[in-house]
Design a protein around this ligand. Structure first.
Ligand SMILES: Nc1ncnc2c1ncn2[C@@H]1O[C@H](COP(=O)(O)OP(=O)(O)OP(=O)(O)O)[C@@H](O)[C@H]1O
Length: 337
C-alpha cells in the first residue's frame, strides 16, 4: 500500500543543512497498522509528513497505492491526498466551527453535494461515538472527544490510509486506550491501513502489527511487534522495550540473586496458548529441578497473549541444563541471564 524508497530529507537552517531523514526504505502492507517509534528529534514527524508530501523529501520516492506522489503536479497531488487522512497530536480542529462542521470541512472543500455531506457527517459521528455532540464547539469537548472529531474528519473522505501523528500523546492513559481501541476498530471494520508515530512502546504494543524504530533519521530495526518486542536488537529498541518491561525491579532481583551464589537465572517467554499451560512446572518436575520465580508478567501484544517469567534454578549443573534444554524443546523461548 505504501512504499518509501530511499527517502532523504534535509532542512536548511541559516545556511546549514540538517539531515532529518538519511535514507528510509519501508513497505507498509494494505490493512496493517504500522508504528514508527523514536525519541524526540529522531525524524518521526518528518517521516510521517513525507508520506502525504506535507514535507517534500529531498530525495527518494513515496508510492501510495501504486502512485508515485513525488512525480505529481500540485493539482494531482491534492487529488491523491484525499485518499490519505491524517490526525494530529493537538487535533487541529477549527475552533469557530461545530463538531459537524469540522467533519464536513474536507467534503465541502471537495464540493460534495449537501445531502451527501449531511449523511456522511452523521455516519462518521456514529462511527466515533459522537452523534450527540454534532452541534457543540471544540472548546466544549474533552481531549479524547476532540481526537474523535479529528478521526471522523479524517475518515469522511473515505481514505485508504490514515496517518496518525502522535495522536494520543496529549491524552491521559485511559483516554489513550479508548482512542487506540477506536483506531483498531476502524482498522478492522474498514480495512484501513494505519501508520502511526509515537514515542510510547505501549501504543505500539497495543495495536500495531509491525514496528519500525527510527534513530538519527534511519530505521535501525523493524519487524513484527512480537519479534521486535521479545528480541530487541538495537540499543534504542531495547530502551523502548524497557519502558513497558518493569525491568528495574528485575535487574535488582537478578543482581541480588547472582551475588548470593552460582545459580542459574532464566527468562522464559510463553506465547499464545503456551501462556496458559503448566509447561514450566511439568518440566521442572520431570527434570527434578527445584526453582523459584523471581518475577512474572502476563500481558498482550494486540491479540497475542504472552507471559515472561524470570526463574532461578536450584538444581545441580546437569539438572539445570537438562531443564533448559527441555523447555526449549517444548517451544519456549529461554534466555540465560
Ligand atoms: N521545519 C524544520 N526546520 C528545520 N529543522 C527541522 C524542521 N522540522 C524538523 N527539523 C529537525 O529535523 C530533525 C527531525 O525532527 P522531527 O520533528 O521529524 O523529529 P521527531 O522524531 O518527530 O521529534 P519530536 O518527537 O520531538 O517531534 C530534528 O533535528 C529537528 O530539529
Amino acid at each position: 500500500m505504501i512504499r518509501l524508497e530511499g527517502i532523504k530529507k534535509d532542512y536548511l537552517v541559516n545556511g546549514k543543512t540538517i539531515p532529518a531523514l538519511r535514507g528510509i526504505d519501508l513497505t507498509i502492507e494494505k490493512g496493517e497498522i504500522f508504528g514508527v517509534i523514536g525519541h524526540s528529534g529522531a525524524g518521526k514527524s518528518t517521516l510521517i509528513r513525507c508520506i502525504n508530501l506535507l514535507e517534500k523529501p529531498t530525495a527518494g520516492s513515496v508510492i501510495v497505492d501504486g502512485v508515485d506522489l513525488t512525480k505529481l503536479d500540485e493539482a494531482k497531488l491534492q487529488e491523491q491526498r484525499r485518499h490519505i487522512g491524517m490526525i494530529f497530536q493537538h487535533f487541529n480542529l477549527l475552533s469557530s466551527a461545530t463538531v459537524g462542521e469540522n467533519v464536513a470541512f474536507p467534503l465541502k472543500l471537495a464540493k460534495r453535494p449537501k445531502a451527501e455531506i449531511d449523511r456522511k457527517v452523521q455516519e462518521m459521528l456514529e462511527l466515533v461515538g459522537l452523534s450527540e455532540h454534532r452541534d457543540k464547539y471544540p472548546a466544549q469537548l474533552s481531549g479524547g472527544q476532540k481526537q474523535r472529531v479529528g478521526i471522523a474528519r479524517a475518515l469522511a473522505s473515505d481514505p485508504k490510509v490514515l496517518l496518525c501523528d502522535e495522536a494520543t500523546s496529549a491524552l491521559d492513559p485511559q483516554t489513550t486506550n479508548s482512542i487506540l481501541a477506536l483506531l483498531l476498530d476502524i482498522n478492522r471494520k474498514l480495512g484501513l491501513t494505519i501508520v502511526l508515530i509515537t514515542h510510547e512502546m505501549h501504543v505500539i504494543r497495543s495495536i500495531c502489527d509491525r514496528v519500525g524504530v527510527i534513530d538519527g533519521g534511519r530505521i535501525v530495526e523493524s519487524g513484527k511487534v512480537l519479534d521486535v518486542f521479545l528480541k530487541p536488537q538495537h540499543p534504542t529498541t531495547q530502551e523502548f522495550v524497557e519502558q513497558v518491561a518493569d525491568s528495574s525491579e528485575l535487574r535488582e532481583a537478578v543482581a541480588h540473586e547472582k551475588k548470593s551464589g552460582e545459580r542459574m537465572i532464566l527468562r522464559v517467554t510463553f506465547l499464545g496458548e503456551q501462556t496458559y499451560q503448566p509447561i514450566l512446572f511439568q518440566t521442572m518436575q520431570e527434570t527434578r529441578t527445584v526453582f523459584s520465580i523471581l518475577q512474572g508478567t502476563i500481558s498482550r501484544m494486540k491479540d497475542t497473549p504472552y507471559g515472561q517469567l524470570v526463574v532461578e534454578l536450584g538444581g545441580d549443573d546437569a539438572q539445570n541444563h537438562k531443564a533448559v534444554e527441555t523447555l526449549r524443546q517444548r517451544g519456549l523461548e529461554v534466555e540465560v541471564i
